[in-house]
Design a protein around this ligand. Sequence first.
Ligand SMILES: NCc1[nH]cc(CCC(=O)O)c1CC(=O)O
Length: 332
Amino acid sequence: MTIALRTVRVGTRRSLLATTQAEQVAALLRERLDVDTELVEVTTDGDRSQAAGTPLQGSSTGVFVGALRDALLAGEVDLAVHSLKDLPTYPEPGVVIAAIPPREDPRDVVVARDGLTLGELPAGSVVGTGSPRRAAQINALGLGLDVVGIRGNVDTRIGKVRAGECDAVVLARAGLARIGRLDEVSEVLDPLQMLPAPGQGALAVECRSDDPLAGLVAVLDDPMTHAAVLAERTTLATLEGGCSAPIGALADVAEGDHGPELWLRAVALSPDGSLAVRRSATAPLTDRAAAAALGARLAQEMLADGAGQLDSAPEPAPTHAPTAGSTEVHNA
Ligand SMILES: NCc1[nH]cc(CCC(=O)O)c1CC(=O)O
């Protein structure tokens, strides 16, 4: 298809991972839409505070996104490429996700000294991560690892192992794959032990909702990836209504006897990983609405199981009453 379009300006954050992802989307656009492209780098609040070493306020979701969306709404760029897992679950007025391209492997990986796995690290080893979801799930393994908070881009975080500051760090496999650093990986974590962030490994291509470009960019959309991440993000969005615990969620599409089926797993954990609510569910993948409905149902079941109590301060225990077994929350 040829469109009478000026060069498509692709907005991206400045990090190596972000520009690599944006260039991959730009290459797909050139190939599929027969347009020219230009990367436009935008500095986000998240990048600024990361550079300054100042801690992010509250949840980090969204801090990498705002400035890119502002540039999009101001017409400085024609589309914005984000890591989907960095996008808040609530919609931004005037902006649509025009495409979710095929996903990379969504799993988390370990980069450790001497190529060790988490299980091989001696108790007391220092494991760096800035993610409450990863911290809670590492603690839930019960290996006696010392989880410390670290920040910075992928390269900085790997560098902490090289420098001996951490014995290991846990990262998204997709990020390492995109920047060609998979050779650093010492272990790929099984999602049964480490459920990834909702949307991990997937990209979101955002356009202005009133821009006809949105309809053209839809050729980059992968319907299976889109359905899977919609289920995961609807789980997260529904849980966010009743809990602020770290959440992991992963959906897969499998071919069933009567057509494609969506398999969804999720976990909500107390920050120290001592308590967790885990659930899985499956549904025929008829359309996107079915994917969203599966995510909402799973989250409601998790809330009924006590996911909303994981992060609240414990009630003072009455001295005369037993404290064990008094909630629906399962041990991790
Ligand atoms: N929060 C930062 C971030 N956002 C997306 C990725 C990796 C790529 C992806 O998950 O799609 C990363 C780095 C990481 O978690 O290791």
